[in-house]
Design a protein around this ligand. Sequence first.
Ligand code: MN
Length: 292
Amino acid sequence: MKTKTVEMVIAPQRYHWVGDGFRVNNYIPSTYGLDMERMSPFVLMDYNSKYTFGPSEKPKGVGVHPHRGFETVTIAYKGRIEHHDSSGGGGIIGEGDVQWMTAASGILHKEFHEREWSKKGGELQMVQLWVNLPAKHKMSNPRYQPIENAKMGRYLLGNNQGEIEVIAGEYMGMKGSAQTFSPMHLFNAKLKKGAEANFSFPENYNTALLIIEGSVVVNGTEEAPTDNFVLMANDGEQFTVEATDDAVVLILSGEPLNEPIAAQGPFVMNTRAELMEAYEDFHSGKFGYLED
Ligand code: MN
């Protein structure tokens, strides 16, 4: 087995606001040199690194907007997020929980800080990934997979070194509960200081790490501190992550879809014509209705 080497370590530099509730660093696609194809099927990653919000009676967030053609995967590390959509669905993403929402043919939704949490305020830390759908599934029915922390797969490392939380895919035989439309792995590696974990993914799988807490060294040489994004090269299978402090690392790896991407605003399709159709369907009310 060959080593999967580090292609780039990217430190956070620029932030932007999504609505008034999420201060994010946009790692995928990004001005750092990653386009949507490079990390396919993960076509977007917004990372809200730890940010403290004061108390607010009116929850902050982002109002009603549509999505079509992909899935949003929201991971709450700190704070609580509330979600409502045009099919009448809704839910709270609590600390440590994940919401895997398949927008597919289309939904309208809004994403806000959870009402009670917002009244007190506090530290928010979250990730939203957009996972692209294969062309043949883009117009499937929308669905939700709430993945509570207690229901995640857990692989315990020996000698009390920590654990690998498996959200999707598989680590050492431990499976995650998320159903996906293409092969992928999504883990939270929770490593005690000094612990080392090994990972192995096929060479062609697009793979990256996001350092949520602490700091790590990848492959014995590449240092990655908190909030940094590590892009792995497609040149081998195996790599190691060693925690130089108690660490939490989000690890994503997926088989590229290798299909054309036509993306604009909240839609990710395969062709310009499909994008135009998405806008027409949205403006003619085919995504349903949701109150502000
Ligand atoms: Mn959204």
